[in-house]
Design a protein around this ligand. Structure first.
Ligand code: CAA
Length: 277
């Protein structure tokens, strides 16, 4: 039998042919009373998310959403980092037609559709899709090591899981533009002053404080909590359209030579040379 945690020589989670339905073992859950803790558990790749992991995360979130014994979700990353985004090495050979037919990485968005409160617990990198996952959550608790950013431009691509829509909502257009167009990350202090974080907690206390917060929410009346989330999270009419436009542009960039060059350069640990086509 195949070990679900087995990695390919490239460091990818699974061989190319593995269907997304297969459990990767890279998304784990545990329960503490009415709190469900979701852990991105692939620390050797800074919890970078493969297609199969995104599908697994989506399944987990959907199951917890309809489980009445769960009042609050908490999402964290195993190891020193929250999540370094989509798995760039897996993405290199992905071709534009496959992004369309497979609705590439659309599963990442499921967390943002969850109707129960979700707390993100962020240490280290929350970059690209990792930053976008944090942005989908209702509250972000971070320690001093946290860094938030959308570095996709450096890969010749763009955010594809809501970053272009939710970051400007969270911190305003001017700062979001700078971050997405330069790839410069914010440290925890800047993220706090920009209004991205609920609070910064010293590293040694982060998990406990996040759990205490999640527990206090989970013990409240679930219908009331869900109603409050729905009311506060009411978004401008354009969000759904914006997310769809972002995804299709994100997919379209898989047809460019620059996107492939950017991702190959990352995997070969060299600077990308873009041809602007
Ligand atoms: N995909 C695949 N592998 C990744 C990865 C990613 N997103 N991020 C890190 N890794 C791997 C590295 O390749 C490395 O593997 P090897 O040991 O086999 O070389 C391992 O994880 C450790 O990473 P580093 O050696 O790079 O660690 P570092 O401490 O020097 O740097 C970092 C940390 C700054 C976060 C750096 O890893 C980094 O820049 N990662 C990529 C971040 C990024 O560009 N994310 C966007 C992805 S695209 C996306 O998310 C699209 C979307 O919108 C959905």
């Amino acid at each position: 039998m195949t070990n679900p945690r087995e990695t390919s020589p490239s460091g990818n989670a699974r061989p190319e042919s593995t269907p997304p339905e297969t459990e990767t073992g890279f998304v784990t859950t545990r329960r503490e009373g009415r709190v469900a803790v979701i852990t991105l558990n692939r620390p050797e790749a800074l919890n970078a998310i493969t297609i199969a992991m995104a599908a697994e995360l989506a399944r987990v979130v959907r199951a917890l959403e309809v489980d009445d014994s769960v009042g609050c979700l908490l999402i964290r990353g195993e190891g020193r980092h929250f999540c370094a985004g989509a798995d760039i090495k897996e993405a290199i050979p992905v071709a534009f037609p496959r992004t369309l037919t497979g609705n590439y990485l659309a599963d990442l968005g499921t967390l943002g559709e969850c109707r129960k409160p979700v707390v993100a617990v962020v240490s280290g990198a929350a970059l690209g899709g990792g930053c976008e996952l944090a942005l989908m959550c209702d509250m972000i608790l971070a320690d001093e090591t946290a860094r938030f950013g959308l570095p996709e431009i450096r890969l010749g691509t763009m955010p594809g899981a809501g970053g272009t829509q939710r970051l400007p909502q969270a911190i305003g257009k001017a700062r979001a533009m700078e971050m997405a167009l330069t790839g410069r990350p914010m440290d925890a202090a800047e993220a706090q002053s920009a209004g991205l974080l609920t609070r910064i907690v010293p590293a040694g206390r982060l998990q406990d404080e996040a759990m205490a917060l999640a527990r206090s929410i989970a013990e409240a009346s679930l219908p009331a909590a869900m109603a409050i989330k729905e009311a506060i999270a009411v978004t401008p009419d354009g969000l759904t359209q914006g997310l769809r436009l972002e995804r299709r542009l994100f997919h379209a960039l898989y047809a460019t030579a620059d996107r492939r060059e950017g991702m190959e350069a990352f995997s070969e640990k060299r600077t990308a040379v873009f041809q602007h086509k």
